[in-house]
Ligand binder design. Structure first.
Ligand code: 5AD
Ligand code: SF4
Length: 349
């Protein structure tokens, strides 16, 4: 396995030959471990209401310029059925951290989708009480994504202030990831690259934490300053040599290293990379990634899901465009649910 020093060298190297070695190594590792299939998920952003005040995210409670929405349950079901008809194997339901969704209603929708389709359901709904996570699991949800954002507990405490009675943001995050694991979810987590205050050494720790948490899916994206947030205003003033740059190229190096650390995980080409780098989707797929989440949120809602600039303004690629792009690099689109091999192997008896 790669050690700290090797990871650091790959992360920091300005040498194109070293970079090429990393890309080729990660691509080969991906091919040998999980094959040539790319899993396309349907992403549905069911609401942008959030009770948290993260210093980097446009959905933060304190952003009063955002028009808030929660999709009605019947509309969620309707879009889910449409995604099923279009052939998606997985529906990802994402929202801000909103107690609204903890009620029984979402469990009912999950149950309805599961009984009427063969799609897997992934949830990305923030930190929720154990009972809620359990109710959703019982209703049929398969996977859950909760990024730890950074492995630096002090930094996280500052940029992701703890909620109400919780003491430690990082501790609470890890606890929720543990709950998800106990409940039998396929679990994903990840971090941002280039958060102001994130050092090279932290970035190595971020990657090693992904590995030590034994996760099934990794989401890694570059930080994109949002001027409507405290960190977006501050980002331009940083000149510390230890500060990690917030570039899609560095996020891709992290993806490549993550693939080498955990060959059987599912790793998406994240939207931050795809939005900020020309050809970001295809290059990420050639540097370790094997998943893409296509935004299927109805336009009238999608334009309000403004986590960072560029996100809600970008028109999603058409499905057949995606197929052509994926085929152009010698890969194919998977059929079926596309669970991570890491999960399948750790849960098979
Ligand atoms: N830039 C990049 N990614 C961001 N996220 C939130 N704000 C930003 C930003 N400004 C990511 C976080 C969060 C996910 C929903 O979006 O990692 O977990
Ligand atoms: Fe809310 Fe998540 Fe954004 Fe934090 S990162 S403000 S919890 S949506």
């Amino acid at each position: 396995m790669l050690d700290r020093q090797q990871i650091l060298t790959f992360l920091k190297s300005g040498d194109p030959a070293s970079e090429l070695t990393l890309w080729q190594w990660a691509d080969r590792c991906r091919k040998e471990a999980v094959g040539n299939e790319v899993h396309i998920r349907a992403l549905l952003e069911i609401g942008n209401v959030c009770q948290r005040n993260c210093h980097y995210c446009g959905l933060r409670k304190g952003n009063d310029t955002l028009q808030r929405y929660r999709m009605p349950l019947d509309e969620i079901l309707e879009v889910a059925m449409k995604c099923n008809r279009e052939g998606y194997g997985t529906l990802v339901m994402q929202a801000g951290e909103d107690p609204h969704w903890s009620s029984k209603d979402l469990a009912g929708v999950i149950r309805a989708i599961k009984s009427q389709t063969s799609m897997a359901i992934t949830l990305s709904l923030g930190e929720q009480p154990f009972e809620t996570l359990n109710a959703w699991k019982q209703a049929g949800a398969n996977r859950y994504i909760l990024r730890f954002e950074t492995s630096d507990a002090e930094l996280l405490q500052k940029i992701h202030p703890p909620f109400e009675r919780h003491q430690s943001s990082f501790g609470q995050r890890l606890k929720t990831l543990q709950h998800l694991r106990e409940l039998g979810y396929e679990v994903g987590s990840g971090f941002m690259v280039g958060i102001p205050g994130q050092t090279w050494s932290t970035l190595v720790d971020d990657l090693l934490l992904l590995k030590s948490l034994n996760l099934d899916m990794f989401g890694i994206g570059n930080f994109i300053p949002n001027s409507l947030t405290p960190l977006g205003k501050q980002a331009r003033h940083l000149a510390d040599p230890e500060q990690v740059p917030a570039t899609p190229e560095l996020a891709q190096r992290c993806i490549a290293i993550a693939r080498l650390l955990s060959p059987k995980a599912n790793i998406p080409a994240t939207s931050a990379i795809c939005i900020t780098q020309q050809n970001g989707l295809l290059t990420a797929l050639q540097r370790g990634a094997n998943v893409y989440m296509r935004d299927c949120t109805p336009e009238k809602y999608r334009r309000h899901y403004s986590i960072y600039p560029g996100k809600s303004e970008t028109t999603p690629l058409e499905f057949n465009q995606l197929v052509e792009m994926v085929q152009s690099i010698g890969r194919s689109i998977s059929s079926g649910q596309g669970s991570s091999l890491h999960f399948k192997e750790r849960t098979s008896l």
